[in-house]
Design a protein around this ligand. Structure first.
Ligand SMILES: [Zn+2]
Length: 376
């Protein structure tokens, strides 16, 4: 008996420090930290799987800090992470969404697709990739070759639809609403265009790639979540006001529990009006560069005048340079950097947040917050 006892204790300690596996009815959202861009893996309540973005920024650029390390490419790390967390019976990814065509959002998708079957890939440009201008650089050529060879089905994101991304087993409590793409916004009652007709504006004012990002709102019971790539909160200096997409987006999204901070928390994003409209309890900053999050963004998102109730702000990464620039306000973060996992209870009434260590592949839980009541 005395010999068995220490083994039992070791097993219990291990169980406490590892994320319990997904179970049917639960909604898991993993914001994966590779240090090289965005990737969020979803296990929907019936086991349907989805990946939003597969970033691989800065090949060879010294400003990146890869996790767990530089021995593999970001897409390979993402695929390995997903493989460790796939629900029973899932062979790969039912859906992949690419928010927009920058390498920190799509650069790793070919590596993911080499490791895991992808059933349906949805982006803002398929099949012609011509808005606002033909997209035909090397990265796009590689991406389109990958679509043709490796993806079962590609589709263009249909703004306003709540049926393009669906469970295999219908659940009246669950829905993903396509909110925005290419400046077309779902208003709750049809769609409207935020950008003027291209032939009516100077060539220099043409919408940039970030502005064209797609965004979705996920609903599960009372739980609401928004993610939208690199949508901007302020126009670049001297550009027209309609370049700031957040202003119209906020009311269209409405109140949510959790949202992914726009454009990695870069300077000027997450405007007062957007934050007030969403009123999120949990904010996830998909950070990777030394400029993420910008001090002004963190200042706004922890500001108690915009949202009096307490906010829990998580960041996938926090580089030494960012810590120095931000100063004492880094202490307002609700946990250390890592993979940020939102786990929503069956039915969507409550949720918790787990931070998993991104320094190795053991997925050790290094912080938890919650449970939170959804819809509050
Ligand atoms: Zn980005």
């Amino acid at each position: 008996m005395m010999r068995v006892f220490p083994i039992l204790i070791a097993t219990l300690a291990w169980a406490q420090s590892t994320l319990p596996p997904w179970t049917p009815g639960t909604l898991d959202i993993h914001q994966i930290s590779t240090g090289r861009g965005n990737a969020a893996f979803f296990i929907l309540p019936d086991g349907t799987t989805m990946l939003v973005d597969a970033g691989a920024a800065g090949d060879g650029i010294p400003q990146t800090d890869p996790h767990p390390d530089a021995s593999r490419r970001p897409g390979e790390w993402i695929a390995r992470y997903i493989s460790r967390h796939l629900p029973p019976g899932a062979a790969g990814l039912d859906y992949v969404l690419i928010t927009h065509f920058h390498v920190d959002h799509m650069g790793g998708i070919a590596d993911v697709g080499a490791a895991l079957p992808i059933r349906t890939l949805i982006d803002r440009g398929w099949p012609d990739y011509s808005y606002p201008a033909p997209l035909k650089d090397n990265a796009m050529a590689k991406y389109r070759r990958f679509l043709a060879e490796k993806v079962e089905k590609a589709e263009r994101f249909a703004v306003g639809s709540d049926a393009q991304i669906r469970l295999k087993r219908e659940d009246p409590l669950f829905r993903i609403r396509n909110i925005i793409a290419n400046g077309e916004l779902w208003t709750g009652n049809g769609t409207r265009r935020l950008f003027p007709p291209l032939d009516s504006i100077p060539a220099a004012d043409v919408p940039n790639e970030n502005m064209c990002s797609l965004g979705i709102r996920l609903e599960y019971g009372a739980f609401r979540y928004f993610t939208g790539g690199d949508l901007p909160g302020t126009p670049d200096p001297g550009f027209p006001a309609w370049h700031a997409v957040e202003a119209a987006l906020g009311p269209a999204v409405g109140r949510v529990d959790v949202h992914v901070v726009n454009q990695h928390g870069s300077m000027g994003e997450e405007s007062d009006a957007f934050l007030a409209a969403l009123g999120s309890t949990v904010l996830i900053i998909p950070s990777w560069a030394p400029s993420h999050p910008a001090p002004d963004v963190l200042k706004r998102i922890v500001n108690s005048r915009l949202e009096p109730s307490k906010r829990y702000v998580f960041a996938t990464d926090l580089r030494d340079a960012a810590r120095i620039v931000i100063g004492a306000r880094v202490n307002s973060l609700a946990g250390p950097p890592g993979h940020i996992v939102v786990r929503v209870a069956p039915g969507g009434a409550s949720y918790s947040v787990f931070v998993l260590d991104h320094r190795d592949e053991r997925d050790t839980v290094i912080a938890t917050q919650g449970p939170f009541r959804a819809g509050s």
